[in-house]
Design a protein around this ligand. Structure first.
Ligand SMILES: CC(=O)N[C@H]1[C@@H](OP(=O)(O)OP(=O)(O)OC[C@H]2O[C@@H](n3ccc(=O)[nH]c3=O)[C@H](O)[C@@H]2O)O[C@H](CO)[C@@H](O)[C@@H]1O[C@H](C)C(=O)N[C@@H](C)C(=O)N[C@H](CCC(=O)O)C(=O)O
Ligand SMILES: Nc1ncnc2c1ncn2[C@@H]1O[C@H](COP(=O)(O)OP(=O)(O)OP(=O)(O)O)[C@@H](O)[C@H]1O
Ligand SMILES: N[C@H](CCC[C@H](N)C(=O)O)C(=O)O
Ligand SMILES: [Mg+2]
Length: 502
């Protein structure tokens, strides 16, 4: 058992109202999840503040509370700190005995491609014999045992608990997505990353970060903090950066580690040439400091080449040989909900994808355009309670690269679906005529409409929700899986059309 004094020793500025010898058995930041003996952290949220739940937390057994307000009314011991989120991260790392000290840690950030890149890195490490763990948007795993994802990057207390479990179960390498929210909210403070990776940086989450500069500053923390919480002594720190990204130099300047650049440009250490995009594959010539080879991915699009170059760079830094790298890159079948083909025997292509940013959408539609023998039909919407500035930009991207669009709902959350659509239209109308799009707020009906409109050799892209299995409305959440719905509707159409369609 640990004492309050020992686990808060790591905090430079604090005031403890009671005895530091109090024994602490766990950490909580939600009153509903408090167990007897816990230390409760009062975090600010989007709807309320953890301070409001102190009484409930204490009634559930919390023995002490961490807050940024000295005059908290409670019988429990109070630790007052200037920044509760920072304190949560530092205390959690200490409480779980700094698990990242004993794990090789790889953190991947960027606007798009984090999940895919982490999957590729994890596959590469696993294939080379490492015992691996993975944390990200789609799922978590510890040596292959899967867990549902709590968040792209969980809150610090959950993160440190999972890392400890990974270490205890023999994991040697942890690959994780590090979201901009996580960086802004200090979730990864107390993690010592060996290698950090930048996929790319374009516009997203401006509702949260307000300006692009703030967003850039959040993403940069993964690089500038590298080695500033040195748990691993002199072990080398490395940064793998997309050398074609407009901001690559900025990120290279932030890291204290060795920089490896990847991309298509000549100044990159790891390069792809002669990229050939097909419907379900992409082929390129790989050039690296240790030689070159030909690679054919089972995923498509130039963006997949970038994701694989990032993973290949990590592999090279870990000393994995080129033949193994090639074999693994060519074997990964893709990531659930990322450019996933729905094939029920129809004579047109249906793709479910997770693009939910202007850049993501542009990349995915460009890829489709490259191999599409006929029209590209796009079904998309924008999430509610998320960055409103990206809505017209996503409309613009969809209009620019599609022959026909069906504008629908993503997860409306607390917003009115029709109002969200209204904010998409100005961008869309900059690019296409009114006759080239229609509006259908009901996502299932929108998918049905696309399945009706599709002709031989067309490509239908249903984007924004990828692997998600629910749709979130103001007062309720329904089961909803684009892949399953599209599959059912195709089968229904095939039945109705008889032999005409195949
Ligand atoms: C939407 C959002 O930002 N939610 C965050 C927010 O929760 P909230 O707004 O629901 O909190 P709240 O209801 O205002 O409550 C304030 C505090 O009181 C506590 N509370 C609340 C109610 C109660 O009964 N008892 C209680 O103790 C809550 O635990 C919280 O600490 O404050 C919580 C505590 O800090 C966060 O865990 C939570 O992040 C959740 C996990 C979340 O989904 N956040 C998103 C935005 C996020 O982090 N996304 C990124 C990915 C982004 C990307 O795509 O790049 C991620 O890494 O997943
Ligand atoms: N390198 C890339 N550049 C641009 N777009 C990409 C890239 N990789 C993937 N995409 C597009 O972005 C979508 C999301 O990809 P992925 O899930 O790998 O990204 P992510 O960064 O993890 O997203 P999130 O922030 O939601 O977790 C994909 O479905 C694809 O449309
Ligand atoms: N991690 C992202 C995912 C967005 C997915 C999209 N389906 C939406 O709901 O906006 C977010 O929470 O902003
Ligand atoms: Mg992700």
């Amino acid at each position: 058992m640990k004492t309050l004094g020992s686990i808060t020793d790591v905090l430079l500025h604090k005031k403890i109202s009671g005895s530091p010898d109090l024994e602490i058995s766990g950490i909580a930041y939600h009153s509903g999840k408090v167990r007897p003996g816990d230390l409760f952290f009062c975090l600010p949220g989007t709807r309320s503040h953890g301070r409001r739940y102190v009484e409930e937390a204490v009634a559930a057994g919390a023995v002490a509370v961490v807050s940024d307000m000295a005059e908290l009314e409670t019988s429990a011991t109070v630790v007052t700190v200037p920044d509760v989120r920072m304190a949560l991260a530092l205390v959690s790392a200490c409480f779980y005995d700094y698990p990242s000290r004993e794990l090789a840690m790889i953190g991947v950030t960027g606007t798009n491609g984090k999940t895919t890149t982490t999957y590729l890195i994890d596959a590469l490490l696993q294939n080379s014999g490492a015992a691996t763990g993975l944390l990200g948007t789609v799922r978590y795993h510890i040596r292959g045992e899967e867990f549902p994802s709590l968040a792209t990057t969980p809150e610090a207390s959950e993160l440190q608990a999972i890392l400890r479990r990974m270490k205890d179960e023999g994991v040697t390498y942890t690959t994780m997505e590090v979201s901009s929210h996580a960086l802004a909210w200090h979730r990864t403070i107390g993690c010592d990353f060996d290698t950090v990776v930048l996929t790319n940086i374009t516009e997203d989450h401006l509702d949260f970060h307000q300006t692009f500069d703030h967003y850039l500053a959040s993403k940069s923390k993964l690089f500038s903090w590298q080695g500033s919480f040195p748990l691993k002594g002199g072990r080398p720190r490395r940064a793998v950066i997309n050398g074609d990204d407009k901001h690559w130099q900025h990120f290279a300047d932030q890291t204290p580690g060795e920089v490896m650049l990847y991309g298509l440009s000549n100044h990159c250490h790891v390069r792809a040439n002669d990229v050939k995009v097909e419907r379900d594959a992409v082929n390129f010539r790989l050039e690296t400091p240790v030689g070159g080879t030909e690679i054919t991915l089972k995923m498509t699009g130039l963006f997949s080449v970038y994701n694989s170059l990032a993973a290949i760079s990590v592999g090279l830094l870990e000393g994995i040989d080129l033949a193994r790298i090639k074999a693994v890159m060519e074997s990964v079948a893709g990531v659930p909900g990322r450019f996933e083909l729905v094939d029920a025997g129809q004579n047109f292509t249906v793709i479910v994808d997770y693009a939910h940013t202007p850049d993501g959408l542009e990349n995915v539609l460009q890829a489709a355009r490259e191999f599409a023998p006929a029209r590209v039909l796009t079904v998309f919407g924008c999430g509610g309670d998320r960055d409103r500035t990206k809505r017209p930009l996503m409309g613009e991207a969809a209009g620019k690269y599609s022959d026909y669009c069906i504008v629908t709902s993503d997860n409306p959350r607390s917003e009115d679906p029709e109002k969200i659509i209204d904010e998409i239209l100005p961008g869309l109308e900059n690019q296409i005529d009114k006759s080239a799009y229609e509006i259908e707020p009901d996502r299932k009906a929108a998918i049905r409409r696309a399945m009706e409109l599709a002709q031989k050799d067309d490509v239908v892209i249903i984007t924004g929700k990828g692997h998600e299995t629910t749709q979130v409305f103001r007062d309720h959440t329904i089961t909803f899986d684009d892949r399953q719905i599209a599959g059912e509707l195709i089968r229904r159409r095939l039945k109705q059309d008889g032999d005409d369609i195949t």
